[in-house]
Design a protein around this ligand. Structure first.
Ligand code: NDP
Length: 309
């Protein structure tokens, strides 16, 4: 059996490590503070935000959710961010994406103070990532690195292939792997002979958004496979194919009418990989954990920069 890259365990370890840091900050004056801006009524976004707020609560981090109406315009949302930028007790600001179409999302993300950009999406922080300078790192890619390192997967000197080139997952994940001294290839929808490229990978990261697309043919025997994909499937035929060896998961699908699956075929990966992250329970839990790490680190920098009276 391959090694299971257990995101729930790593998340719990990270949370345990954060608690004394939160306590130390609280003892020095106030807890770290995170503001989450959730525009409108997107149900998936509302669940993500609820989970973020709950994790803050578990850790003793002050959190606040701001919920402007769906009809808000760019100028009004810029004013919301400006007010949060100015507040001393707010260390981190997260604007939950997607934003409604009338809002210029790029302008909003640019308006967040880079010091408070706990998502690591501001171009200033993207530049710091490329330059290898300390700054908040994008949470899901940072979680991938934690997952590998904390399971003893060597990265230096390995061939890493990242499938997906988005600004929030693929590109920053590739850059972090490069900083860890992997030899990195980034693939996308125009990459010829994707299976052959993927089969060169000692570390294969799938960040595509296509249910169970990477089958045995894409996996080098013994590779470490990190599956970032979160795909909700509702098609019974697809579910029957993906869960062909798991009557329990198919029964759960039939009961619910849907299921969450990754970008990697869950049974082929068990047959061929040396280590793999499951969906759910792999990378997913780490995204919020790394958001908490970024928030606490921002608060620590904030306190360190405060003038001594
Ligand atoms: P995007 O849609 O922004 O990017 C998908 C990437 O996959 C693109 O670069 C695209 O290529 C590439 N791609 C699509 N189809 C193919 C194909 N057939 N062959 C090769 N490459 C392909 O997605 P995200 O990066 O935002 O997310 C990727 C997945 O990760 C999604 O399932 C998302 O839900 C999940 N996710 C999970 C998170 C978590 O916490 N676990 C957090 C964030 C995302 P091209 O650029 O050429 O179009």
């Amino acid at each position: 059996m391959p090694l299971l890259l257990d995101g729930n365990r790593v998340r719990d370890d990270i949370k345990s490590e954060l608690k004394p840091r939160v306590a130390a900050l609280t003892g020095k004056g106030r807890p770290p503070g995170l503001a989450v801006v959730l525009v409108g009524n997107n149900p998936a976004s509302a669940i993500y935000v609820r989970n973020k707020i709950k994790t803050c609560h578990d850790l003793g981090i002050y959190s606040e959710s701001i919920t402007p109406p769906d009809a808000i315009n760019t100028e009004e949302l810029l004013a919301v961010v400006e007010r949060l930028n100015a507040r001393e007790e707010i260390d981190g600001i997260l604007v939950q994406l997607p934003l409604p179409p009338q809002v210029d999302a790029k302008r909003i993300l640019l308006s967040i103070d880079p010091e408070k950009d706990v998502d690591g999406f501001h171009p200033f922080n993207v530049g710091a990532l490329v330059a290898g300078l300390p700054a908040p790192r994008a949470c899901t890619p940072a979680g991938i690195i934690e997952l590998l390192k904390r399971h003893g997967i060597a990265i230096a000197g390995k061939r890493a292939v990242v499938v997906g080139r988005s600004d929030i997952v693929g590109k920053p994940a590739a850059m972090l792997l490069l900083h860890e001294h992997a030899t990195v290839t980034i693939c996308h929808s125009k990459t010829p002979d994707l299976p052959a490229v993927c089969r060169e990978a000692d570390i294969l990261v799938a960040a595509i958004g296509r249910a169970a697309m990477l089958t045995a043919d894409y996996i080098k025997p013994g590779a470490a496979v990190v599956d970032v994909g979160t795909n909700h499937i509702a098609d019974r035929e697809l579910a029957a194919r993906i869960f062909r060896n798991s009557p329990e998961r198919l029964a759960a699908f039939d009961k619910k009418g849907s299921a969450l699956v990754g970008d990697v075929d869950p049974f082929d990966v068990i047959e061929r990989a040396g280590a793999y992250s499951p969906v759910p329970g792999g990378v997913g839990p780490l995204t919020i954990a790394m958001l908490m790490v970024n928030t606490v680190a921002a608060a620590e920098r904030h306190v360190a920069a405060r003038p001594v009276c």
